[in-house]
Write a protein that binds this ligand. Structure first.
Ligand code: DQA
Length: 147
């Protein structure tokens, strides 16, 4: 049976490709989706890829992914630094969540150094651009293998 990984993207990530390309690169979210699907397929994963600018929608998606996904890749974007609701949603579920950021948030403004997700995530990947999403797929595959 195919295992499902959910990839959830937060606010403004729909603008990737043209949004602050020096910080976030020129790869669009659609292109990232295609790269993730390509990486996931040979590992036996199907991908559910979504983006929302609405905090509550992301909370709903995290909750429901717990029912049918083996892992969640979450780039909560700016909500990373503000959302206790997303922290609580991630803490409430059993499915491992990999926090991803395109940019190295620790090399940026101080208000980006704190994440409400990291302490409840299985792991954090940041600073590798679009590649970070693929690394997160590999991380979930590795966790499921038990190594
Ligand atoms: C981001 C980093 C966040 O600080 C920022 O608000 C984003 C994108 C990243 O992927 O680097 O929107 O999550």
């Amino acid at each position: 049976m195919t295992k499902k990984i959910a990839v959830f993207n937060g606010p403004n990530l729909n603008l990737l490709g043209t949004r602050e390309p020096d910080t976030y690169g020129t790869t669009s979210l659609e292109e990232i989706n295609a790269l993730v699907v390509e990486r996931a397929k040979p590992l036996g994963f199907e991908i559910e890829f979504r983006q929302s600018n609405i905090e509550g929608e992301l909370v709903d998606w995290v909750q429901s992914a717990d029912k049918d996904c083996v892992g969640i890749i979450l780039n909560a974007a700016a909500y990373t630094h503000t959302s206790i609701a997303l922290h609580d949603a991630v803490a409430a579920i059993d499915t491992p969540v990999i926090e991803v950021h395109l940019s190295n948030v620790f090399a940026r403004e101080e208000y980006r150094h704190h994440s409400y997700i990291s302490d409840v995530a299985a792991g954090v990947i940041c600073g590798f651009g679009a590649t970070g999403y693929m690394l997160a797929v590999d991380a979930i595959a590795s966790m499921l293998r038990g190594n």
